[in-house]
Design a protein around this ligand. Structure first.
Ligand code: ADP
Length: 186
């Protein structure tokens, strides 16, 4: 978890490689559907371009299908999910029957004002249509309202790990590995 631009996608890839599990990024799956022009993509694009969350029913079904794929049988890492209370409950339901548990929930903490700059730069490099200043601010607001409160839920379950997400990418990765390597697998 972490606000837009915290570096979730970047770090998720390193974590997935390190633990040899797939990184499942809801943002990436939505974007792939948008570029292919699928019905899911057409529906999701309206919300993404406005900085709003895609409705829970749509997102939940998509994640449910993805973690049923064979490559996720012995574990997976989620990037950008869950982001709402309903998604937390859905995920609990999905995992219950797999015999696994959530081993850890990572939060990347960053200074939101500072990362607006990062996101505006990314807009130039990647051409993401949701990286304009207004939409970025809206995404930050939605994160604060809908997703930040979930941190306390996972803290209450004793699986929350907060990582300082500022500084060099490699340093953040090292902080994450140091924290995750000592966690027993379920
Ligand atoms: P960021 O975290 O930088 O905003 P993402 O690539 O993770 O970027 O997500 C981009 C957009 O995709 C979000 O603004 C939202 O519209 C949609 N999205 C991604 N994950 C979810 C989710 N779990 N629930 C609802 N919408 C989502």
């Amino acid at each position: 978890m972490g606000p837009p631009g915290a570096g979730k996608g970047t770090q998720a890839k390193f974590i997935a490689e390190h633990f040899k599990i797939p990184a499942i990024s809801t943002g990436d799956i939505f974007r792939a559907n948008v570029s292919k022009g699928t019905p899911l993509g057409i529906e999701a694009k309206r919300f993404m371009d406005a900085g709003e969350y895609v409705p829970d029913e749509v997102t939940n079904l998509m994640v449910r299908d993805r973690i049923d794929e064979p490559d996720a049988v012995s574990g997976f890492m989620l990037d950008g999910y869950p982001r709402t209370l309903s998604q937390v409950e859905e995920l609990d339901g999905m995992i219950k029957f797999t015999g696994h548990e959530l081993d850890a929930v990572l939060v990347l903490t960053v200074d939101q004002d500072e990362i607006v700059e990062r996101l505006l730069q990314r807009a130039q490099v990647e051409g993401r249509t949701d990286d304009t200043e207004d939409v970025i601010r809206r995404r930050q607001e939605v994160y604060t309202e809908e997703t930040e409160p979930l941190i306390e839920i996972y803290r209450g379950r004793g699986i929350l790990i907060e990582i300082d997400g500022m500084g060099e990418v490699d340093d953040v990765t090292q902080r994450i590995f140091d924290a995750l390597d000592v966690i027993p697998e379920s």
